[in-house]
Design a protein. Structure first.
Length: 438
């Protein structure tokens, strides 16, 4: 049953990373490439551009010269790139013309709604179904529950930091970012803590490109996600009999979700695993990297630890942990002087909107004391705004409060290894060292 579900869904992509052209290695090479091409030849959906962290100049040119940009991709088909902040907000709030429905292809660039269907999940639904399913799980991140979670997260963060080696190199992603988010995610699902890294693995596999270092083949995706689906289907039956205060119980007993088909339940599980893992985990890593790349801002944070909440928001903008969300036009739409046809993919590039100088002052600078640090669109906008955004901010704030109590500096000692993805802006490794105190 659950293997059939995984087979029906299939991996998010059927191509291999080797099919994409090589990307520039440096930002200077990328700028030269971005501005030497014909604008109609710019394809921002190459995961190698994201892996090399050289995507910026391509979006810069599109924002300035062709902010509603059509490209006919051999991998994805025709897609439109929406690259300006205000245009992204306009699409994100117009669900009547721009649909999130899984049956049309869902919320990511890859789906086409024809081959293996994306898993249905409430983020890949339109009102009214979206609204009632989202409402079912909202209590887990309500202010009252966050107050209950806060001391638990703080205790865990402190224990993680106190266990770190001093004076030797280690991987920040594995030792800190993955560990804290996996613990929190396991708590939200009432999933066994001793198996929490399975949640991390399933999150990585769910959005992986075959050949990108996480999985090798589409068949591996089916096998590993089949295990995920089997595990959570068993949890569903268990919580249906004996509910707890967790996400599975909420779905199993919610009036609008308790009769959902297994395929839909599994889609919501994947949404909650990826959403609960990637944003926080990759921003925890991104914060250490950004502060090392901007030592003046790190010094400012040491002088003024009261800037931690502002720094957290600025890092979420800077990192933009989910680079895009997709919609599908349900009718012909005139938008930005272009005609978007019914059925066309429309990609809201949050990563580009967060660098739009018309909305964010000095967007290419990492500034932890911005006047309006929460102006970013990393969490989306409108009815699909990330349901767990306050929990993500809470975890980031707590880990940095605990870091600043212990370590004046965390030194990045080498280049990060980024993931191959146009969707998740993440890290596989980040080598760091905590200097010995003298």
């Amino acid at each position: 049953m659950t293997e059939t579900l995984a087979s029906k869904a299939g991996p998010p992509v059927s191509y291999n990373l080797s099919q994409f052209p090589e990307a520039p290695r440096t930002i200077e090479e990328a700028r030269a490439d971005a501005y030497s091409k014909r604008i109609e030849d710019i394809d921002v959906a190459n995961p190698k551009l994201f892996h090399n962290d050289v995507i910026g100049p391509y979006f810069e040119r599109l924002r300035n010269e062709d902010p509603v940009h059509r490209f006919d991709s051999p991998m994805y088909g025709t897609y439109w790139s929406i690259t300006r902040y205000s245009d992204i907000m306009a699409v994100d709030t117009n669900h009547k013309q721009f649909s999130s429905e899984a049956s049309l292809g869902g919320i990511t660039l890859f789906g086409n709604g024809q081959d293996r269907a994306p898993l249905p999940m409430f983020i890949a639904m339109d009102p009214p179904k979206h609204d009632v399913q989202r409402k079912t799980v909202q209590p887990i991140v309500a202010p009252g529950n966050l107050k209950i979670l806060e001391p638990l997260i703080r205790t865990r963060a402190a224990a993680i930091l106190d266990s770190l080696p001093i004076g030797v190199e280690f991987d920040w992603v594995d030792k800190v970012s993955m560990e804290l988010t996996a613990m929190t995610l396991a708590t939200l699902f009432e999933f066994p803590q001793e198996h929490r890294r399975k949640l991390t693995r399933w999150s990585d596999v769910a959005t992986a490109v075959p050949g990108g270092g996480v999985i090798d083949t589409p068949e591996q995706w089916v096998e590993e996600m089949g295990e995920c689906f089997t595990t959570f289907q068993a949890l569903w039956h268990e919580r249906a009999r004996e509910p707890g205060n967790d996400l599975v119980s909420m779905l199993a007993h919610g009036p609008e979700t308790r009769n959902m088909p297994p395929f839909e339940f599994q889609g919501n599980v994947i949404l909650l695993i990826v959403g609960g893992n990637d944003t926080t985990r990759n921003t925890i890593t991104g914060s250490v990297l950004a502060l090392n790349q901007n030592p003046d801002q790190y010094a400012k944070l040491r002088e003024r630890p009261d800037l931690i909440p502002s720094m957290v928001s600025e890092t979420i903008r800077w990192q933009t942990p989910l680079a895009h969300m997709r919609r599908t036009a349900v009718e012909d739409v005139e938008f930005g002087g272009k005609t978007i046809r019914k059925g066309d993919k429309v990609i809201m590039w949050y990563i580009s909107g967060n660098r739009d100088a018309s909305m964010i002052e000095h967007p290419e600078s990492y500034l932890i004391d911005r006047a309006r640090p929460r102006q970013h669109i990393s969490f989306g906008y409108g009815i699909h705004r990330c349901v767990g955004n306050r929990l993500a901010e809470l975890q980031l704030q707590i880990i940095w409060e605990e870091i600043m109590k212990r370590f004046p500096v965390i030194e990045v000692t080498g280049e990060p290894e980024r993931v191959y993805s146009t969707f998740v802006r993440g890290y596989r490794t980040l080598p760091v060292r905590i200097p010995k105190k003298h």
